[in-house]
Design a protein around this ligand. Structure first.
Ligand SMILES: [Zn+2]
Ligand SMILES: [Zn+2]
Length: 97
């Protein structure tokens, strides 16, 4: 009995998805990823922005991670502002009529 209800629900879901004729349009801005990459400058976590790291003997040497600049470029994922992170949009195929 319980199994039969499940089957009916499943068929109903299929029927709805078929009648709602929509086509998925991939977002051009992020190529369907839902996010874009942005370069942000951030303080080097290795040398904490000083550009130098302490050696065991008390001297300091140039930070290898940031090359002594104290700043590293980080690539951040930013939610695509065009599709708001969905990677595209559903367009009703009836919209052209
Ligand atoms: Zn550094
Ligand atoms: Zn997008």
């Amino acid at each position: 009995m319980k199994k039969k209800i499940c089957t009916v629900v499943a068929l109903l879901v299929i029927a709805i998805s078929v009648t709602a004729a929509t086509i998925w349009v991939t977002c051009n801005t992020c190529n369907g990823l839902g996010y874009t990459f942005v370069n942000t400058c951030t303080k080097c976590p290795t040398c904490k922005g000083s550009g130098t790291v302490p050696n065991d003997d008390g001297t300091r040497s140039s930070c290898t991670r940031c090359g002594g600049s104290g700043v590293v470029t980080k690539q951040d994922r930013k939610t695509c502002s065009t599709c708001l992170g969905t990677g595209g949009r559903e367009v009703s195929s009836n919209s052209c009529y």
